[in-house]
Design a binder for this molecule. Structure first.
Ligand SMILES: [Zn+2]
Length: 175
């Protein structure tokens, strides 16, 4: 069974990634590009210290055709909205039950509940990866591609900076 998990390439945060001159969605020659904004703060850190969310934003420009943009944005924002809707829904229902708890224990308990609630959603994200996504952690950014072929090209363009990758050369070469 082939699992459609994403192919990841990790670069240092300070390195500006070079993308193949191919649309991120359909891999045709792109006639446009889009900038995606990503917060590099750890989500757990922002949960406990929401003010951190104001910092650590970065922008990445990726090639895409005009025709593929609606699909890309729908997936990107649609999925993020679903995730937040689940978290907010669970927290608003659970909140009153933790009234007597200390402030910190309440936050920890609610974070645990939120993780449990989005676990099935996280499994969905792993097995049906987004066309493209990024995850920042520490001084590194991981670029996640649904297409292994696209990830390979990205890897080759940035290989001198790559700190870690899922590129499977055996499969990529078709041998
Ligand atoms: Zn396209």
């Amino acid at each position: 069974m082939t699992m459609a998990v994403s192919t990841d390439v990790t670069l240092p945060k300070l390195v500006a990634p070079v993308f193949p001159e191919l649309c991120i969605v359909c891999h045709a020659l792109p006639d446009s590009s889009t900038k995606i904004t990503k917060n590099s703060q750890h989500w757990l850190a922002t949960f406990f210290t929401p003010i951190l969310y104001l910092f650590g934003w970065s922008r990445t420009e990726i090639p895409i055709c005009r025709g593929c943009k609606p699909r890309f944005y729908l997936q990107r924002w649609g999925r993020t909205t679903i995730c937040w809707a689940i978290v907010i829904g669970v927290l608003s229902v659970a909140w009153p039950y933790f009234d007597d708890w200390g402030r910190l224990t309440k936050k920890i308990a609610l974070a645990g509940l939120a993780i449990l609630a989005i676990a099935p959603y996280i499994a969905f994200e792993v097995f049906w990866p987004r066309t493209f996504d990024t995850t920042a952690e520490g001084g590194k950014v991981t670029y996640e591609f649904a297409s292994q072929a696209y990830a390979l090209q990205f890897y080759l363009l940035n290989r001198e900076h790559v700190t870690k990758s899922d590129i499977d050369f055996v499969r990529a070469d078709g041998r």
